[in-house]
Write a protein that binds this ligand. Structure first.
Ligand SMILES: Nc1ncnc2c1ncn2[C@@H]1O[C@H](COP(=O)(O)OP(=O)(O)O)[C@@H](O)[C@H]1O
Ligand SMILES: [Mg+2]
Length: 242
């Protein structure tokens, strides 16, 4: 087995509330882009939150590099190398781009190394270098999303999880975000994203996962998900994938 992360039939919910996930499973392979699709309220965000330790897993396991993550705190899971970018991006709007990158490296103890990594990120993302001293909140949606993704790279993560990174962005800008994800995966950073725009998400991914009513209905190569007539009808707006 070559999987990096394995989620086996988990059950999870909020507080003492009902199970939102019940029978969600997922296989994540290193260096690939994985896309979770499914209707509103299916539990996609809840699945990412469960993996990163924000929710208690009631049944099933989350296994990362052979280690069980159930019961670990979010900051411990981050130190293991799994970084989560929530839908609202969690940037500090009143801080500059550079300060936001610094916050992304809060688990690093070595300041010199942190400075080196921040410089490396600014070098790789010219738009962020241009705006290094600008407040994050004053940038465009695409620039903020770029910052949110770039910031994860500070800790050299194994897996970056992105919840709806394309939300509210223009189509051209969305493609730029997918290009960054592809670049990340080519460099060995595994990407797991949730995407409302299922067609676009799957077209830009290697692996597809269909989640509905808190359970995984299908997972496999993204091309297979796109080609499945039933999935097309139910989850891809009935459009034949081009
Ligand atoms: N903080 C919360 N507390 C209680 N229930 C929640 C919370 N967040 C989401 N839910 C419920 O969990 C279900 C799945 O939500 P979510 O994971 O956000 O779906 P998706 O991301 O697929 O749209 C919904 O029924 C939603 O009402
Ligand atoms: Mg969601």
């Amino acid at each position: 087995m070559t999987e990096l992360l394995q989620v086996t039939n988990i059950t999870a919910g909020y507080g003492d509330g009902p199970a939102i996930l019940d029978g969600a499973h997922l296989t994540v392979e290193p260096g690939k882009v994985h896309c979770i699709i499914g209707p509103n309220g299916a539990g996609k965000s809840t699945l990412l939150k469960s993996i990163c330790g924000m929710l208690t897993i009631r049944k099933g396991d989350v296994i990362f590099k052979g280690k069980r993550l159930n019961g670990m705190r979010p900051d411990q899971i981050l130190r293991e190398g799994i970084c989560f970018v929530p839908q609202e991006r969690a940037l500090f709007p009143k801080m500059t781009v550079r300060e936001n990158l610094r916050m992304g490296g809060f688990i690093l103890n070595n300041q010199k190394e942190l400075d080196r990594r921040i410089d490396g990120i600014l070098e790789r993302f010219p738009i962020l270098r241009e705006r290094a001293d600008q407040h994050a909140g004053t940038m465009s949606g695409g620039q903020q999303q770029t910052l949110a993704m770039a910031r994860t790279l500070i800790i050299k993560p194994a897996i970056v999880m992105l919840d709806e990174p394309s939300l509210g962005l223009a189509p051209k800008v969305i493609q730029e975000m997918f290009d960054i994800m592809k670049m990340m995966s080519a460099e060995g950073v595994t990407v797991l994203l949730v995407e409302q725009n299922a067609l676009m998400g799957l077209k830009n991914s290697d692996w597809g996962v269909v989640l509905d009513l808190g359970r995984t209905l299908f997972e496999g190569p993204a091309a297979d998900v796109l080609a499945d007539p039933r999935i097309q009808e139910l989850y891809l707006g009935g459009k034949k994938a081009a």
